[in-house]
Design a protein around this ligand. Structure first.
Ligand code: CA
Length: 409
């Protein structure tokens, strides 16, 4: 007797009153002789014999009678009743084992530990007296036996109880779990049966669960298995939507660039030559653009916290022109407007505009290189020799547009 499930006791009491009132076959309303055994196999003489209204009961973790243990007990109910001829539906649900014989024919024979299993049989009877024997045993934990024997074909008649005042639900499932919360994995408080009617006192946000009052116990049942009117008008009593809809994503503020190249270098400056590669981004990736150069040919992106530059030809997006200019350099080198052609047989290219500066390379007569600067007296010319920038003596080169060159040395 570790625990007494008051709710289920109440429920089953109600079932005895209401469930068995569903146009029961006579055997169910007849007096039954109940024999209880303090062993699980109906062995020996019964320890308790008494008259009961029927075999159905819910003993929970308890014992059916004084002197009977809470586990490893068994019971037998017998009755004889006059019945009109016809087809009947026999249904039992037992924790644990159950057998049902009618007129000596064993219609249900499930003598094994179980819970939540319903066994049914169709029983065709001639008019007259019929004998019923229901046997049951409990192994451990919960103990209950549900039993019904009803005329087939007529369906379930309406409940004999008048519907409660106000909004109510009628159970449409054979048995329906009543749960502590409005979801299918919540604790089961008990079960209610087909055709029974209970006050509905609330609902969840989408009326998929109804809060009901089962003789004072408040629980939830699935809307799928009850009928009723006005359920949508019930107050929401579960605190609201447990599954809030996914919020509509807020469009990102500012400009975003999505990579259209297979792979795109991200540099520390908006220049393919002087900007060092600091990372790469890949096709389809999108990053926030935080700046641009003057002609928006390069965009400064925030790559997960790393700020770098990408060529804007390889991204797509909107609003880049509105970004702040965060680099004042001209990404495109100025057009070459001056060339120097070597007139000496060989000519040293030096690191600085004077004769003994370090020699970087040697160029030869007839070769032409872009001139990029000069010294103030135009006696030395700065050349770009295939990427090596150095100085040559102006006396050994022929220079176009000499005075357009900037003074760089
Ligand atoms: Ca059990």
């Amino acid at each position: 007797m570790k625990r007494v499930a008051i709710f289920t006791v109440i429920t089953f009491s109600l079932l005895l009153l209401v469930g068995l009132g569903l146009q029961p076959a006579a055997a169910q309303s007849a007096a039954w002789t109940a024999e209880y055994f303090n062993n699980p196999n109906l062995g020996g003489a019964p320890a308790v014999i008494r008259t009961e209204g029927g075999p159905a009961n819910n003993w929970g973790y308890g014992s059916p009678a004084p002197g009977i243990p809470v586990d490893d007990f068994s019971a037998r109910w017998t009755a004889t009743a006059y019945l009109p001829g016809g087809s009947y539906v026999l249904a039992v649900k037992a924790d644990d084992g159950v057998r049902v014989a009618i007129d000596g024919v064993l219609y249900i024979n499930r003598w094994s530990p179980a819970t939540g299993l319903t066994d049914t049989a169709i029983v065709n009877l001639a008019p007259g007296n019929h004998s019923f024997v229901v046997e049951y045993y409990e192994a451990s934990e919960l103990a209950f036996l549900e039993y019904s024997f009803t005329q087939a074909g007529g369906g379930y008649p309406p409940p004999t109880q008048p519907p409660p005042a106000g909004t109510s639900v009628t159970v449409t499932a054979y048995t329906l779990n009543v749960r502590a919360q409005p979801n299918a994995w919540a604790q089961i408080l008990g079960q209610i049966n087909y055709g029974t009617v209970y006050p509905a006192i609330g609902r969840n946000y989408d009326t998929s669960w109804i809060q009901v009052n089962i003789n004072g116990t408040i629980g939830w049942v699935s809307r799928t298995y009850v009928s009723g009117y006005g359920l949508e008008a019930l107050p929401i009593t579960d605190g609201g939507n447990p599954y809030p809809p996914t919020p509509t994503p807020i469009p990102p503020q500012g400009a975003y660039a999505t990579v259209t190249a297979y792979a795109l270098n991200v540099r520390n400056a908006p220049n393919p030559y002087t900007g060092a590669i600091i990372t790469r981004v890949y096709n389809g990736q999108t990053y926030q653009a935080v700046g641009r150069n003057a002609d928006t040919s390069w965009l400064q992106l925030n790559i997960n916290g790393t700020i770098g530059w990408v060529n804007s030809s390889y991204v797509t997006g909107y609003g880049f022109e509105a970004l702040p200019i965060t680099d004042n350099s001209n990404p495109n080198p100025p057009p070459v407007i001056s060339y120097a052609t070597v007139t000496a047989y060989y000519l040293n290219v030096r690191s600085a505009p004077y004769p003994y500066a370090q020699r970087l390379t040697v160029i030869a007569r007839g070769q032409t290189y872009p001139a990029v600067g000069r010294n103030a007296t135009s006696t030395w010319i700065q050349l770009n020799v295939n990427g090596t920038v150095g100085w040559v003596n102006a006396g050994w080169v022929s220079v176009s547009n000499l005075y357009s060159l900037p003074v760089t040395g």
